[in-house]
Design a protein around this ligand. Structure first.
Ligand SMILES: C[S@@+](CC[C@H](N)C(=O)[O-])C[C@H]1O[C@@H](n2cnc3c(N)ncnc32)[C@H](O)[C@@H]1O
Length: 236
């Protein structure tokens, strides 16, 4: 059967735990996630943080909810990373559309805020394993992974919870260990696309992020492993 991937924002939203009463969206920008969360979950409060002083204004003009009761549950704060949050204020934080290093550094800068979360959701612009390694170092483990596909681009989106990372597979640890463990039929297509991307990055990126070389060395083996449970193509 052909694989149908979710769209990016749908995948991110689906990974926000249903029992979270307060969700922080770090780098909310257009704010579509904030609006979806308060519109679809009547009890949820959503805190949007963005370093840009223009984010709040453009959100209010474009993508804010029309319903005043829903809008009243959105709180917008200007600032960097987790700094505008108070410890224990939210159970879940989402970091979407930010670079891995930026996200990792935000976590390292605010350990007291991170300690209050039950779950964090990540959709970095590009995945080279830097954040995954950082999570392991602060005692968090990746527990769910999803692949999204939109406008001919694949995205790896995942959640982490406090706990020890048990990822041991020598090849899949560089890519998507949970999807490999689950024998996800879409993993092969994500990796196939990633192989082309890596070939470009390794050739043309002057300052290669750490992790890229390991990914290049292991991508063929990962593809061969995931081919064993690949779906019959995917819906584009
Ligand atoms: C590409 S947009 C992502 C929008 C949305 N989260 C998404 O995934 O579709 C990145 C946004 O994050 C903000 N941003 C980047 N780094 C940040 C940081 N460390 N703290 C707060 N905001 C940040 C930028 O100002 C920008 O509005």
């Amino acid at each position: 059967m052909a694989v149908v991937f979710p769209r990016r924002l749908d995948a991110i939203q689906s990974l926000v735990p249903q029992d979270a009463q307060c969700v922080a969206d770090i780098g909310f920008d257009h704010g579509k996630l904030l609006t979806r969360l308060v519109e679809e979950r009547p009890a949820v409060r959503a805190i949007g943080v963005d370093k840009s002083p223009h984010a709040a204004g453009s959100f209010m003009k474009r993508d804010a909810p029309n319903d005043p009761a829903a809008l009243a549950r959105i709180y917008l704060r200007e600032g960097l990373g987790l700094q505008p949050l108070a410890p224990g204020e939210c159970e879940c934080a989402v970091f979407a559309g930010l670079g891995e290093v930026n996200i990792r550094d935000s976590l390292l800068a605010s350990p007291e805020i991170v300690a209050g979360f039950h779950t964090m959701v990540f959709a970095p612009v590009y995945t080279a394993g830097i954040l995954r390694k950082g999570l392991k170092e602060i005692g968090w483990r990746v527990n769910q992974e999803k692949i999204a596909y939109e406008n001919k681009l694949f995205y790896l989106i995942y959640t982490a919870v406090p706990g020890e990372e048990t990822m041991t597979h020598p090849v899949m640890q560089y890519f998507a260990p949970r999807l490999f463990e689950e024998k996800d039929p879409g993993l092969f297509f994500y990796l196939k696309d990633l192989k082309d991307l890596l070939a470009v990055k390794i050739r043309y990126t002057d300052r290669q992020p750490p992790g890229l070389r390991e990914m290049c060395l292991n991508i063929d083996a990962a593809l061969a492993l995931s081919a064993e449970f690949a779906g019959e193509g995917y819906v584009r």
